[in-house]
Design a protein around this ligand. Structure first.
Ligand SMILES: NC(=O)c1ccc[n+]([C@@H]2O[C@H](COP(=O)([O-])OP(=O)(O)OC[C@H]3O[C@@H](n4cnc5c(N)ncnc54)[C@H](OP(=O)(O)O)[C@@H]3O)[C@@H](O)[C@H]2O)c1
Length: 253
């Protein structure tokens, strides 16, 4: 099960955290992987690690807020590996700012990265997938996405972006189904990555954050990567427009 031999996957935000773990997991299942982010040194190190394991990988420097860089990354993918089958839309930022103090620049940076970036990477990737009538797009959302009973203070722009990602996923699932492209979301709870490291280091903040998760711990990026592999696989063939919450039970509580 979950054999991805012959598939080509583009992973945004592959330089750390969930993106890095997912790239390793997709490559382990046999996919060729294209690692995209701004920190090219980290991507190159991961390429070396994957090649030492006998996997095929390349790194492309890409800022998801720049459409020309997205186009160049997709072109490089097709030039190198001949096709694009799987997209993990994962690159994201989370900046804590009280709503009353939030600037237009802070709003724009978050929306441009977490929502507009996802939109255009998906559009350019889907055009390639449509050529083969097969594709998988996995968008990383969050439990902080609205509609599920979880609001978070001081990240209103982040919550808006993640709610937008789920709405966009449902719209694309309908529009891309006739092209054989499945579009799903993962909604992580609190996961141990660079994004949460400062919060989790502070025992008081960590306790508050994890209080609602019955498993009483933060998740590991590998535990999100497992969902990414499933949603990228042939076996996920009847799953589209869904949001898979991997949150230690947070939303059940
Ligand atoms: N950790 C959590 O608790 C949690 C919970 C729910 C959802 N998420 C979501 O999971 C995703 C991954 O986050 P993470 O937790 O793994 O945090 P992370 O380790 O900070 O990873 C964020 C990634 O996004 C990339 N990135 C940021 N801005 C970018 C841009 N403009 N262009 C290209 N890449 C960019 C970063 O790479 P460069 O800096 O090298 O560009 C980095 O690889 C995000 O969408 C986040 O919102 C995380």
């Amino acid at each position: 099960m979950f054999d991805l031999t012959g598939k080509v996957a583009l992973i945004t935000g592959a330089s750390s955290g969930i993106g890095k773990s997912s790239a390793i997991a997709l490559a382990t299942q046999g996919s060729k992987v294209v690692l995209a982010a701004r920190r090219i040194d980290k991507l190159n190190a991961l390429v070396d690690e994957l090649k030492s394991l006998g996997r095929e990988a390349i790194a492309v420097q890409m800022d998801v807020t720049k459409k020309d860089q997205i186009a160049a990354a997709v072109a490089k993918t097709v030039e190198t590996f001949g096709r694009l089958d799987i997209l993990l839309n994962n690159a994201g930022v989370a900046e804590f700012v009280p709503f009353l103090d939030m600037t237009e620049e802070q709003w724009d940076k978050t929306i441009d990265t977490n929502l507009k970036g996802y939109f255009f990477v998906a559009q350019l990737a889907a055009r390639e997938m449509a050529k083969h009538n097969w594709g998988r797009i996995v968008n990383i959302a969050s439990i902080a996405s609205g509609g599920v009973g979880v609001g978070f203070p001081s990240i209103a722009h982040y919550c808006a972006s993640k709610g937008g990602v789920i709405a966009m996923t449902e719209a694309l699932a309908i529009e891309l189904a006739p092209m054989g492209i499945l579009v799903n979301c993962i909604g992580p709870g609190v996961i141990e990555t660079e994004m949460t490291q400062d919060l989790l280091k502070d025992p008081k903040q960590a306790e508050g954050l994890l209080a609602r998760a019955p498993l009483k711990r933060a998740g590991k990026p590998e535990e999100i990567a497992a969902g990414v592999v499933f949603l990228s696989s042939q076996e996920a063939g009847y799953t589209t427009g869904a949001t898979l919450y991997i949150d230690g039970g947070w939303l059940a509580n």
